[in-house]
Ligand binder design. Sequence first.
Ligand code: NAP
Length: 251
Amino acid sequence: MAISFDLTGKGALVTGANTGIGQAIAVALAEAGADVAVAGRSEPTETLGAIAATGRKAVNIKADLSSIEPVGRVIDEAVAGLGKVDILVNNAGIIRRDDLLEFSEEDWDAVIDTNLKTLFFLSQAAARGMVEREGGKIVNIASLLTFQGGIRVPSYAAAKSGVSGVTKAMANELAPKGVQVNAIAPGYITTNNTAALAADETRNRQILERIPTGRWGRPEDIAGAAVFLASQASDYVTGQILAVDGGWLAR
Ligand code: NAP
């Protein structure tokens, strides 16, 4: 069988796609042929326009993913708009920074709920249809802090380490049903999430010095891996965390 990255006829749901990495992934999936629904709390005007410009269908689902309350509705609206959800990209995420000794319960719960709990329950809801059709792709957005502890971000490190666990757990149970579950661990990518780091001259210099590629990543740098993990080309890849980090973890 010829290797194919073509997503024509597929329905993809991407969370948190109004900006940054999610936006780049949503547009790339559309460029590869998928119809794309985006779910988030902010108006994704630019993303919807970019998807429509590829000639694919763009569906907007308004949802605050800081709790699992909207999960069922998000899948229902995605299925109503796309016909089915063949591809789910769990991208929505937040980060809270504070010194370890000051770190609050609120900053713990907010990050775990959005970055880990919603990711699992949205995957569970999407997987029901995928299992029924015996095919599907779930792509979770992990982090370098899936592998490392970071500084001043304990709930983020915990959540992103947890993403590795649930990715593998879901992969094991869903593999016999024809559903692959993988994650992408982006390196340091220029987005809202990292604006505070990039603005800190010392941290910015330290980060750049450690990246073999010698530059921060761009959201588009993540898109190729997402298309691969959403496509038939990755049908024998499951339970993996693919780092797209300019070589950071190789150091
Ligand atoms: P971003 O520009 O801040 O994007 C985060 C996205 O998640 C936004 O669309 C945001 O919507 C959405 N989101 C956050 N909380 C939400 C909620 N409660 N309900 C619905 N949507 C919500 O940052 P990004 O860097 O592209 O982040 C995307 C993913 O990549 C995250 O999971 C992040 O942890 C991960 N990541 C980023 C980097 C990096 O270097 N940038 C590295 C590793 C991993 P709003 O605009 O409404 O907030």
